[in-house]
Design a protein around this ligand. Structure first.
Ligand SMILES: Cc1ncc(COP(=O)(O)O)c(C=O)c1O
Length: 389
């Protein structure tokens, strides 16, 4: 039998983050002493108050199908959260809960992109965006940022990237992989560049709770035009250490778009699991606030230590990120080829970091500080040794 698979799916690449984590795991299983700084997830456990709600849901038999977009109590909790934390007014019928923010993004990309549409993505970017654009038949238009400009796009760059085929702009604030956070003024500049266009904005705000300096501003909160054109994406994976629970959501003022997304979800995966939905309410309504704050304090300590130690290594250039849990470090003067740099570092010193090329920027690597202080110290000592040799 001749086997022919979907070209669309065959063309998807494996995420470089996952590839490096897998290689590190394999070396570990062979008995090598590996320190991994490649993971994109908090090392903390999910707060107890959330787990207790999950147990309650199971014990009370809350184990059946639910409404596709999410149970009313959860949609209400999200709506209240968006108003309280982000100054955004979304009704419950303007929100859809999906299986992680990645799934929310998939739903939006699939529902907006037609073949040939252009999508503007600031680079470096989170690996999934360009893969999804290509999968949906769109064309990626990258805006290259620089470390000197804190990896942020400018109004002029955005204006120059816009054509009559531009469908949407993807903004990630705080950013994976750089940790930069757009300020109110910078978002106003972006709003200004988009003013007389029909361009949507997908604002991925999944690291919102992890901002250490300055204030987090939601893209849609800038003005009424931005509220109309922006689809706000968020979730619980990073902010409440719930990566395995798979809870993400989107909010849009466009009820037609929301309807398309609910239809797509109803024909593909239906509702996310009922137990996660019940538990997620406790993560959103303030009951987990102390846990969230404690995690943030721990992350800030790790960021400060990692930045201080990296700044002492000749040949590396690090900028202190305002948010998320990543450092995006320039290693050009040691090796411009980030893949080679990361492979050599893993093989020689047993340290796993992710090559910048995977995020669209060679000559850099991403170091995740979502791990304990001792490991961070030990790992950076090894990187120091590697860079010296
Ligand atoms: C910027 C960004 N958006 C979305 C996600 C996906 O999160 P979720 O676990 O909710 O699918 C990630 C995970 O790494 C991310 O870094």
């Amino acid at each position: 039998m001749e086997k022919v698979y979907s070209k669309k799916v065959e063309n998807l690449s494996e995420s470089i983050t996952i590839a490096i984590s897998t290689l590190a795991r394999e070396l570990k299983e062979q008995g090598k002493d590996i320190l991994s700084f490649s993971a994109g997830e908090p090392d903390f456990d999910t707060p107890k108050v959330i787990k207790d709600e999950a147990i309650k849901a199971m014990d009370s038999g809350f184990t059946k199908y639910t409404a596709v977009a999410g149970i009313p109590d959860l949609l209400k909790a999200i709506s209240l959260k968006l108003e309280r934390d982000n100054n955004l007014k979304y009704e419950t019928n303007e929100i859809v809960v999906s299986s992680g923010a990645k799934h929310s993004l998939y739903n939006v990309f699939e529902s907006l992109i037609n073949v040939g549409d252009e999508v503007i993505i600031p680079s470096p970017y989170w690996v999934t965006y360009p893969e999804l654009v290509t999968y949906c038949g769109g064309k990626n238009v990258f805006i290259q940022t620089t470390q000197e400009n804190n990896f942020k796009i400018t109004k002029e760059q955005l204006r120059n990237a816009i054509t009559n085929k531009t469908k949407f702009l993807v903004l990630t604030t705080p950013s994976n992989p750089t940790g930069m956070v757009y300020s109110k003024e910078e978002l106003e500049d972006i709003a200004d560049a988009l003013k007389d266009t029909n361009i949507w904005v997908i604002s991925d705000e999944i690291y919102e709770k992890l901002v250490y300096d300055g204030k987090f501003i939601s893209t849609a909160s800038i003005n009424s035009h931005m509220l109309e054109r922006t689809i706000t994406i968020n979730g619980l994976s990073k902010s409440v250490a719930m990566t395995g629970w798979r809870m993400g959501y989107l909010a849009t003022k466009d009820k037609n778009l929301r309807k398309l997304i609910v239809n797509l979800q109803s024909q593909s995966m239906s509702n996310i699991n009922s137990i996660t939905q019940k538990a997620s309410i406790a993560a959103l309504d303030g009951r987990a606030e102390t846990d969230i704050e404690n995690m943030k304090i721990a992350f800030k300590k790790r960021r400060d230590l990692a930045c201080e130690l990296f700044s002492k290594i000749n040949g590396l250039k690090v900028s202190k990120p305002d948010g998320a849990f990543y450092l995006f470090i320039n290693c050009e003067s040691i090796n411009k080829n980030s893949m080679q740099f990361c492979k050599d570092l893993l093989e020689r010193e047993g340290v796993a970091v992710v090559p910048g090329i995977g995020f669209g920027m060679d000559g850099y690597f991403r170091f995740s500080f979502a791990t304990d202080l001792d490991s961070i110290k030990k790992g950076i000592e090894r990187i120091y040794k590697f860079c010296k040799s």
